[in-house]
Design a binder for this molecule. Structure first.
Ligand SMILES: [Zn+2]
Ligand SMILES: [Zn+2]
Length: 189
């Protein structure tokens, strides 16, 4: 995978230069628009441009920067059973260590185990995206006991009367039914 240089102006990229020298901290408490959709677009996702409410502390540690805190966002999509619109307010914890270039941690770990800083730039987006996507339901439902749709007419059961049925004639009995109707016509056998 080729990696493009981080854009310092991206909403989830932070300049951590002031954290060089361990022990200092930055607090990021702000709302930003989601740079892209997180999740399965048109099925269940935090849409692009939706508000991400960040409450994150960036702490300088000897080997890099520790990002920890909370992100809130609203995911939306369709009920998997009845296709009604569903919204889910997500609140997720983020905890991620970003290693300095040239640090021992960078030298002794893989990039897919421990995130890296690019210079002093920290890209929080992968951690935010992963945390939000993991918090999404595998099967979004409008409510846990959603009865779904009538298999015959496709109308949500919630909109149908309790005694809703479709009169279906079992094909094995269709021949007998014809005979019965013929009898009712009063025709002699
Ligand atoms: Zn439903
Ligand atoms: Zn029906």
């Amino acid at each position: 995978m080729t990696k493009t240089a981080l854009d310092p102006a991206a909403p989830l990229v932070f300049d951590t230069a002031e954290l060089r020298g361990a022990g200092t901290m930055m607090h990021i408490a702000r709302e930003i628009p989601a740079p892209e959709a997180y999740g399965l677009e048109d099925v269940f996702a935090v849409p692009k441009g939706a508000v991400l409410d960040l409450d994150i502390h960036l702490t300088g540690v000897s080997e890099g920067v520790l990002a920890s805190g909370q992100v809130e966002a609203v995911a939306e999509g369709e009920c998997a059973r009845c296709l009604a619109p569903v919204q889910d307010a997500l609140s997720v914890q983020v905890q991620e260590l970003y290693a300095y270039e040239g640090s021992v941690t960078e030298a002794t770990t893989e990039a897919d185990e421990i995130m890296r800083l690019e210079g002093d730039l920290l890209d929080l987006e992968p951690a935010v995206r992963d945390a939000l996507v993991l918090a999404m339901p595998v099967t979004p439902l409008c409510r846990p006991d959603c009865p779904g749709l009538c298999a015959e007419c496709g109308v949500p059961w919630d909109e149908l009367p309790d005694d809703h049925v479709h009169e279906t004639v079992d094909p094995r009995w269709a021949g007998l039914e014809k005979l019965r109707l013929a009898d009712n016509d009063g025709e002699p056998k």
